[in-house]
Ligand binder design. Structure first.
Ligand SMILES: *Cc1c(COP(=O)(O)O)cnc(C)c1O
Length: 367
């Protein structure tokens, strides 16, 4: 049996009728950029999340960079970021001119260890960027309290957490920070057919600034108030996202069903460490830890099962950051996660039989 890591063909098949209509409509009205589809999606997603503003941009990295720009964070500033994340979180900080200051993650959810944030705060610290990695929301009340105490901004990287929520407050990812950033990369829980992203905020002024920056610094055509860039979510992608947003809750529930099978069936198998369950987790990624990661990966691949490592090399060990302070830092948990983590097939279109085949193959490996 071949099991894809993520099956996007089946996602298309389920929505084909709506998507084909969108394609026709789009060419009928020819509103490809900054049209009504973008406005409609921004409104729908803001209502879904429970946040005042959603501003569509070109991708998740731009959402993060534009957030920092709009908050006036740049050269000479420091931003606290998890040691373990996708590199985009760090790159956005670097692109803004600020310095990413990594803080270790915990082993409970592989998220920012909030007990270690305070020690990393200096006179230059301007913001904390928590990342809701793998689909799990971190301890946002603790992070908000720290931000308040030290007068810091909070920028959520919610690129892996569409629909995820904090179980104590029931608040969704994307509603806690001064801004929050989503990616609509095809493989995300809410993904379009190319690159896409958005910034969310409850602050009218920040929203205005991001709107300006994403469109050449211009509100009125050929009037340029600031040196902005071209980072717009195009109307085709916005139209796709409006269609898919209606399925997000249902598709996240299907991911949960798969996660529950893995959690039940893989408990106590080999040396596997399974992710902790939580009601608000949307299982963007189902990651296990094992000291035999490379062997297990090869075994599953040979059996036709698609697995991926998120992520194999800590950012502070990457060439891109070799000439920075971070290159001299070492984080025990992050190193362990990067050397032991493996992501199993996951997605709304993964069949139960496919998940059970993965389970069976993993059990065979450890026998
Ligand atoms: C995907 C992702 C991003 C970047 O999104 P793009 O749309 O690919 O630019 C940022 N942060 C995290 C945690 C991500 O997973």
């Amino acid at each position: 049996m071949e099991v894809a890591f993520l099956n996007l063909k089946k996602a298309y098949a389920e929505l084909k009728r709506d998507l084909d209509h969108l394609w026709q409509d789009l060419h009928n009205d020819g509103a490809y950029i900054l049209g009504s589809r973008l406005g409609n999606f921004e409104k729908e997603f803001s209502e879904y999340l429970g946040v005042k503003h959603v501003i569509g941009v070109a991708n998740g990295l731009d959402a993060l960079t534009l957030s920092l720009n709009a908050l006036g964070i740049g050269a000479g500033d420091e931003v606290i970021v998890p040691a373990h994340t996708f590199i985009a979180s760090w790159l956005a900080i670097s692109e803004s001119g600020a310095i990413p200051v990594p803080v270790e993650v915990n082993m409970k959810g592989y998220l920012l260890d909030t007990s270690k944030i305070e020690a990393a705060i200096t006179k230059r610290t301007r913001a904390i960027m928590p990342v809701h990695l793998y689909g799990r929301v971190g301890d946002m009340s603790k992070i908000s309290a720290l931000a308040q105490k030290y007068h810091l901004k909070v920028i959520e990287d919610a690129a892996q957490a569409h629909g995820a929520f904090e179980s104590i407050s029931n608040r969704k990812a994307g509603t806690f920070g001064d801004t929050a950033c989503f990616s609509f990369y095809p493989g995300k829980n809410l993904g379009c057919f190319g690159d896409g992203g958005c910034v969310t905020t409850n602050d009218d002024e920040i929203a205005q600034r991001v709107r300006l920056l994403r469109n050449y610094g211009s509100k009125v055509r050929y009037e340029h108030e600031v040196k902005g860039k071209n980072s717009r979510l195009d109307d085709l992608q916005a139209g796709v996202l409006s269609i898919k947003l209606k399925y997000l809750e249902n598709w996240n529930a299907r991911r949960r069903k798969i996660a529950e099978i893995y959690l039940k069936e893989l408990l106590g198998v080999g040396d596997l460490i399974l992710p902790a369950d939580e009601p608000g987790h949307v299982w963007h990624i189902f990651s296990v830890l094992t000291a035999q990661r490379e062997k297990l990966k090869a075994f599953l691949t040979a059996a036709g099962i698609g697995v991926i490592i998120h992520y194999p090399k800590p950012i502070y060990r990457q060439l891109a950051y070799q000439n920075t302070l971070a290159a001299k830092m070492r984080f025990q948990n992050t190193d362990k996660i990067c050397s032991e983590v493996l992501s199993l097939p996951m997605g709304p279109h993964l069949e139960i039989e496919e998940a059970l085949f993965c389970v069976q193959t993993i059990k065979t490996f450890f026998k």
